[in-house]
Write a protein that binds this ligand. Structure first.
Ligand code: NIG
Ligand code: FE
Length: 418
């Protein structure tokens, strides 16, 4: 496949995780010579170069398909670094409660919130959950997401957590979107257990069973997560769970310092966590600690917006060298399947610039999942995953709010138009 564009030469943006200038190859309309991208039969980017040079270079080779992107901009496919996509039982009824003033923890402590979703998810079959997941992932893809992190966490026991992970596994086999699976058995404390009992259950039941299936090749789990929060799993319980995950070979990527400042971030940094999410209540010490490795800050604007939380200190993070990534946090509390909307919120509410939001929703999000060698930018050898916009400038993707599918003309996954 050859994507032809009358493009601006590649612009360079600073990409945090690689700590180097990383070429995102944004192609935009400009007078003069454009760029072409060649995608090979394996769906990988084989070449990128100026049209005149490429014209000669590929003159005698069979190009099966030419996609004309003249007058339109071309971007890397988006990456969503944090979602909870497998569940049954929406919580539309809680939306009005929240608008009337109930907090996230009021609802959780009253047995709603995650507990409501756990009941429905436990009662759902794998087939039902797969149907729900498939619809959501295909909508994400239509909104430009080509790689998504997906958590378990509405089972809270070995059987149901494994059921959720198996559903994600099936989606990996059957759908044209890439998934990084996260075991999140410590997402909430079941109603009949103490936090300590729930921690024990994760450590002695859930994690060993998940890892056994992993060894047998039945599951491919990349990351471990825990909701480290006052009234859920405290810092020490979270630390034990994350250490066990690390021991089992998983990457650490967890919910930290969202609703109350409890120094979860400092703990995560001390374990060398690859990524931490939310961080509305991160301390200055937490920012400094994250900058060391660095751990990637996964910022979730939809949740902060819906729950009216204080904005995470994104500017301080960026200036102090913490790479910032973005996620939709899609879940029954924050029903958002659109990364362009997430980017818009990140810019307007948290003061990110448009290039920062783009980096955060592509290469940095890929790095948060350890997938920056294959995803997140248009470079030779990486996946041929790209978006062709019905717009001459890429910023239209973020500027035109809430109507992404009109702006995104084509989503190309591994060289195929979806
Ligand atoms: O990231 N905070 C914990 N987890 C989710 C919410 C999940 C839910 O409410 O169902 C989050 O916001
Ligand atoms: Fe979350």
């Amino acid at each position: 496949v050859r994507v032809v564009s009358d493009a601006d030469p590649c612009r360079e943006y600073l990409a945090g995780p690689a700590q180097k200038n990383c070429n995102l190859a944004i192609l935009e309309e400009k007078d003069g010579i454009g760029l072409s991208i060649i995608i090979d039969r394996d769906g990988l980017i084989a070449d990128i170069g100026y049209d005149d040079v490429m014209e000669l270079k590929y003159e005698n080779q069979t190009i099966e398909e030419i996609i004309d992107a003249t007058g339109r901009s071309v971007l890397p496919g988006l990456v969503d670094a944090h979602t909870h996509p497998v569940w049954a039982g929406d919580r539309v009824h809680e939306f009005s409660m929240k608008l009337a003033g109930a907090t996230y923890m009021d609802i959780y402590e009253a047995g709603g919130g995650i507990h409501f979703t756990v009941n429905h998810t436990r009662n759902a079959s794998e087939e039902e959950l797969y149907g729900l997941l498939k619809e959501r992932l295909m909508r994400m893809l239509a909104n430009g997401t080509v790689l998504v992190e997906g958590k378990s966490g509405y089972g809270l026991d070995a059987e149901n957590e494994i059921k959720m992970l198996r559903v994600l596994e099936r989606a990996k086999r059957e759908l044209p979107i890439d998934i990084s699976s996260t075991f999140c058995g410590a997402h909430a404390v079941p109603k009949n257990q103490t936090a300590e009992e729930a921690t024990q259950n994760v450590l002695t039941e859930q994690l060993p069973k998940v890892m056994l299936m992993q060894e047998n090749g039945e599951l491919h789990v990349d990351n471990i997560d825990v909701f480290c929060e006052k009234g859920v799993f405290d810092v020490e319980q979270s630390r034990r769970i994350l250490e066990a995950g690390r021991q089992a070979g998983l990457r650490l990527n967890f919910h930290a310092d969202e609703l109350t400042p409890i120094n979860g971030t400092e703990m995560g940094a001390s374990l060398g966590a690859e990524a931490m999410s939310h961080l509305e209540e991160i301390s200055p010490e937490g920012i400094a600690a994250m900058a060391v490795k660095p751990s990637i800050a996964v910022i979730l604007p939809t949740t902060a917006y819906l729950l009216r939380l204080k904005p995470p200190p994104v500017r301080q993070m960026i200036t102090q060298g913490v790479p910032v990534a973005l996620g939709s946090d899609f879940n029954p509390n924050a029903y958002c399947l659109s990364m362009p909307l997430v980017m818009n919120l990140a810019c307007v509410l948290f003061g990110m610039t448009l290039p920062e939001a783009l980096v955060a929703a592509t290469i940095n999000a890929a790095a948060a999942l350890g997938k920056h060698k294959t995803h997140g930018s248009l470079e030779i050898g990486k996946y041929g995953d790209l978006l062709i916009l019905n717009a001459p400038r890429w910023e239209h993707l973020v500027y035109q709010m809430g109507d992404n599918q009109q702006v995104i003309g084509q989503v190309i996954k591994l060289g195929r138009i979806i």
